[in-house]
Design a protein around this ligand. Structure first.
Ligand code: B1M
Length: 207
């Protein structure tokens, strides 16, 4: 039986080959995609995050762990999508200007797809103008902004203002490690979610 502890350890080591192998094995054995994600991949990446914060590992280790997680996520994503029952709505998700962090944003994208949303992944470092253009092209009902840096949080407010100025008629939710409900209230976002699972509940409630 696929060992999810070994999967999280493979992510921590940045061992792409093992992470992909165990993910494939878990999928082949019929393990729930959400369990593989939460108990294997996210568990490993969270551990790396704690060690990075404590200066016990540095950017190169973090990058290779993130790459191993991404490779495994490529296998898992279709399974998460398959688990979705019916289309819930359309969402555009992206990381705001100046910010290159995309692991959490990718999780939000995957979880939303898994919950049955049609999702446009806008990418990272999206300027307010680009966000407006992508929002108009996607015609999304829900737009999600992600920021991982305190220095890029103000780009959320600028993006929301750009949506209002351009008449983009969509609900806007925000998230990311430094973001809070208070900040969402302050900048006029329609909602805040602390994690990818809560982002799904929030997106559903905003429809
Ligand atoms: Co960066 N980084 N990083 N980093 N990095 C943090 C965020 C940091 C807290 C580390 C630290 O110092 N302790 C710190 C920010 C400090 C601050 O602003 N207060 C930091 C810094 C400083 C930096 C650089 C400036 C470092 C440097 O160059 N000196 C630089 C900035 C680059 C840039 O963006 N312009 C940088 C670079 C990087 C890497 C490239 C090395 C890499 C990113 C790789 C990638 O994303 N492809 C990286 C990583 C991996 C991290 C940490 C270790 C992990 C982030 C992560 O992926 N976590 C992070 C430390 C930490 O978080 N403990 C750190 C796992 C992920 C699943 O969690 O993204 O929080 P997270 O997503 C969560 C929730 O926040 C939520 O759902 C997810 C879980 O379910 N969520 C949403 C996220 N977006 C959401 C949107 C929603 C709803 C929920 O609705 C739309």
């Amino acid at each position: 039986m696929a060992d999810l502890k070994a999967l999280s350890e493979a992510v921590i080591r940045g061992d792409q080959k093992t992470a992909v192998e165990i993910t494939r094995q878990a999928i082949d054995e019929g393990m729930a995609p959400g369990t593989i994600l939460a108990d294997g991949l996210i568990a490993g990446m969270n551990f790396i995050g704690v060690r990075f914060k404590a200066n016990e590992v540095y950017i190169p280790e973090v990058l290779i762990a993130a790459r191993a997680m991404k490779m495994a996520m490529e296998l898992l994503e279709p399974k998460l999508v398959e688990a979705g029952v019916k289309p819930m709505g359309k969402a555009l998700i992206g990381t705001v200007q100046g910010d290159l962090h995309d692991i959490g944003k990718n999780l939000v994208v995957m979880m939303l797809k898994g919950a049955g949303f049609e999702v446009v992944d806008g990418g990272v470092d999206i300027s307010p103008d680009d966000f407006v253009a992508k929002a108009k092209a996607a015609n999304a009902q829900v737009i999600g902004l992600s920021a991982l840096l305190t220095t890029t949080m103000p780009a959320m407010e600028k993006t929301i203002k750009a949506f209002k100025d351009a008449g983009v008629d969509a609900k806007v939710m925000i998230g990311g490690a430094p973001v809070t409900q208070g900040y969402a209230d302050k900048i006029g976002a329609d909602g805040y979610a602390a994690d990818a699972a809560s982002a799904v509940d929030l997106a559903k409630s905003l429809l």
